[in-house]
Design a protein around this ligand. Structure first.
Ligand code: NI
Length: 172
């Protein structure tokens, strides 16, 4: 397993539309292991393959709290089949370090996907899990948090990411 580099906005690779996975191969399982290690190290509650420059339709979510056992969910070729209601969460994204923003999304979703064994499953999610599913699924279509806010907030977010990067470089 290896910790991979997470791409930061505005890296153009974050805009790539990910391709469906055709077969569960050893390479794909290795990618999933790397993604899990990278997500936990960050730490983050979700990571899409596109965020590490691998345009495959795969994302991981683990919303378990710090004092709870880990609950890693793997979604391969996910498809959101229903959306219902609205909710607003203060979201963060590993590709936007130092930024949080209130974003309105569906309150409940149903998602179909394959697990890491290639077995199909369906999940009904609400609250934070529903937010995470929608956020990560967006990544696979090259859609980012900035696409859910107005132009002024978009500029502010871009500036914050830039500033965060500059501070980090200065301290290394
Ligand atoms: Ni994200």
């Amino acid at each position: 397993m290896a910790i991979r580099t997470i791409l930061h906005y505005p890296d153009p690779r974050l805009r790539e539309k990910a391709r469906p996975v055709e077969r569960i191969t050893p390479d794909l399982l290795k990618l999933i292991d790397d993604m899990a290690e990278t997500m936990y190290a960050a730490p983050g509650v979700g990571l899409a393959a596109t965020q590490i420059g691998e345009p495959h339709r795969v994302f991981l979510i683990d919303i378990a709290g710090e004092d709870e056992p880990s609950d890693l969910k793997v979604f391969i070729n996910p498809e959101i089949t229903s959306r219902d209601g609205t909710q607003t969460w203060e979201e963060g994204c590993l590709s936007f370090p130092g930024v949080t923003e209130e974003i309105k999304r569906a309150e409940r979703v149903t998602v179909r996907a394959l697990d890491r064994d290639g077995k199909p499953f369906e999940l009904e999610a609400d609250g934070l899990l529903a937010v995470a599913v929608q956020h990560e699924n967006d990544h696979l279509d090259g859609v980012l948090m900035v696409d859910h806010v107005g132009p002024l907030k978009k500029r502010l977010m871009a500036r914050k990411v830039q500033k965060h990067g500059a501070t980090r470089r200065a301290s290394n």
